[in-house]
Design a protein around this ligand. Structure first.
Ligand code: FES
Length: 322
């Protein structure tokens, strides 16, 4: 019999069989959780039980303090589930370590003549821990490197997505298209992430492949089941909307998701009108992934419309240049 385990604050969830440890269930599902020894010794996999019933614990050497016992702290590598569970990861607020992981290139897709979607798969036991909004460096076997934001949800550290612009003469892109099979991931880097404690409406504005970092933030928002309305403004020409279907699927699936594709051909005019296009602009949290000039224009319009400066989050430029 299997049970559903939900992790806070990431919102990730996975199924665990009654006979396996919670850590085994998480790793089998590709859910990134902190751990080290996998044998009940180091304490790296501590979590707090919020709701649900535990099954028999496997033997462990780690000694809980009295305070940890009272708090309901458990070890993911020795605890089992007897019902659906909600858990809070104890070291979730701690710094995510710098990691180096060999990953397999699982999929390379060309949704438009000018874009590539790259999907990597890490080993089950070496998933990437990162926050939405962070970047990593990818190194191909011949040494070619590219720093890119992760475009997928941190709730799945095993399947990682990246967006690349397909520029003529880019050796990194050429090596991928020639059939590179593996890549080394190092990172993550970057400080800007989702303010999970805010209840303000969420407004994401991406220019071109700035959609990558915004996609990770939106998927994280959905994994956390945050209740506020979401608006996505995507500034890119109609023939370069390489994930238009993903955007439209969210509109269909969610009650409170608005998608506004803007054409940069008439974009400067429309950006000045942003407060009209997004009436709740001043009350929102604005996440911006755009070139310097667009970011400056949007920031000025938003601040003039009454957005507090502290609610404007500028994401690292996500456009992938050689
Ligand atoms: Fe070391 Fe669980 S991973 S105690």
């Amino acid at each position: 019999m299997s049970h559903l385990v939900r992790l806070l604050p990431t919102g990730a969830s996975f199924q665990v069989e009654e006979q396996e440890s919670l850590l085994e269930g998480a790793l089998r599902s590709g859910v990134a959780v902190p751990y080290n020894c996998n044998s009940g010794t180091c304490g790296a996999c501590k979590a707090r039980l919020i709701e649900g019933g535990l099954g028999p614990s496997r033997f462990h050497d780690y000694r809980f303090s009295e305070a940890e016992r009272i708090e309901g702290i458990l070890l993911l590598c020795s605890a089992t589930a007897a019902s659906d569970l909600s858990l809070e990861l104890v070291d979730a607020a701690a710094e995510i370590p710098h990691q180096q992981i060999e990953a397999r290139i699982a999929h390379l897709q060309q949704p438009t003549p000018h874009h590539l979607l790259l999907q990597l798969r890490t080993p089950r036991t070496r998933t990437l821990r990162f926050r939405a909004g962070q970047s990593v460096t990818l190194t191909l076997p011949e040494g070619l490197q590219r720093s890119l934001p992760v475009a997928s949800c941190p709730c799945n550290g095993m399947i990682l997505e990246f967006h690349l612009e397909r520029l003529a003469g880019d050796p990194f892109v050429a090596a991928l298209e020639k059939g590179a099979r593996s890549v080394q991931i190092t990172g993550p880097e970057g400080q800007v992430g989702l303010d999970e404690h805010s209840s303000r409406p969420l407004l994401f504005l991406a220019e071109g492949s700035g959609l990558a970092v915004v996609k990770s933030l939106i998927e994280h928002t959905l994994a956390l089941e945050l209740p506020q309305p979401i608006t996505l403004v995507w500034l890119t020409p109609p023939d370069a909307r390489y994930l238009d279907n993903w955007c439209r699927a969210l509109v269909d699936a969610l009650d409170d998701f608005t998608y506004l594709p803007l054409d940069p051909g008439v974009g400067s005019l429309q950006l000045v009108q942003l407060p009209t296009l997004v009436p709740q602009l001043a009350n929102s949290d604005l996440y911006l992934a755009a070139s310097e000039s667009v970011a400056a224009a949007v920031s000025a319009a938003a601040l003039q419309a009454g957005l507090p400066a502290g609610r404007l989050f500028t994401l690292p430029l996500a456009i992938s240049r050689p």
